[in-house]
Design a protein around this ligand. Structure first.
Ligand code: ZN
Length: 243
């Protein structure tokens, strides 16, 4: 869930900017709406929708990020706030962070100042540096067939069937996920399967198989790889996968 104080940084992975916007808007209204009614036309809700509410800042550079684009973030977040005040930064197109931008933001995300929330939106999580990913909670807003922007490893474990073994080995060689990225990928894979288990299936996947997949992913999320152990981790998951 967006905006709880244990989770001040979130990456929203979605192929649809519209989907991310309406999801975030809902979260912001939840935070600040005066009536908590839906639909609501209170002044807060109107300002949230127009992006003029004074405790939110959307950053959406047309052609990718420059350091200047995140200066307001660095500046505003210096002011201290109490825990029940919230200020939310939304950074769109996070896949276009330059290394300089990413590293500057990383310092903030490592120890987010009290009362500040950071939401990064991206179509392509594999373009975000692993150190940022490891600081953030991941939310996937996506349908299975919209996953072409996810990493190939995530795709491999979210399709109807697993790819041939050789293909998995090639993906592991190409993407070389380290133990922290592996944790994030497993979270993504798990959340996609859980989300789907609430929907109607196509006829090719039975509910029983889906449940076994989710149980397996739960089990593996308690046995995450240590440094250097990711390759083996993914191969074990592959061979344990319900047929
Ligand atoms: Zn309202």
């Amino acid at each position: 869930m967006l905006f709880n104080n244990k989770n001040q940084a979130t990456i929203i992975v979605t192929p649809s900017e519209r989907a991310a916007e309406s999801y975030i808007e809902k979260g912001l209204k939840n935070l600040w709406c005066k009536t908590k009614e839906s639909p609501c036309g209170c002044s807060c809700c109107r300002m949230i929708k127009n992006r003029t509410y004074f405790h939110q800042m959307w950053i959406s550079p047309e052609k990718g990020y420059k350091i200047e684009d995140i200066k307001p973030v660095l500046h505003i977040s210096k002011y201290s706030r109490s825990e029940n005040e919230s200020f939310v930064f939304i950074l769109d197109k996070a896949e276009t962070f330059t290394p300089a931008v990413a590293n500057r933001l990383l310092i903030l995300l490592e120890e987010p100042p009290t009362g500040y929330y950071f939401i990064l939106i991206t179509k392509n999580i594999s373009a975000i540096i692993p150190t940022i990913i490891s600081r953030c909670f991941i939310e996937v807003l996506s349908k299975q067939h919209d996953l072409e922007h996810l990493s190939k490893l995530c795709q491999a474990f979210t399709g109807i069937n697993l790819p041939p073994m050789q293909q998995l080995y090639t993906i592991l060689k190409e993407e070389k996920p380290d133990h922290r990225v592996s944790k994030q990928y497993l979270d993504i894979i798990r959340s996609i399967h859980i989300k789907e288990s609430f929907k109607h299936y196509d006829h090719k996947t039975s509910r029983n198989k889906k449940n076994r997949i989710i149980n397996l992913l739960n089990l593996f999320s308690q046995q995450l790889p240590r440094q250097g152990g990711s390759d083996l981790f993914w191969k074990l998951l592959y061979f344990s996968w319900p047929s």
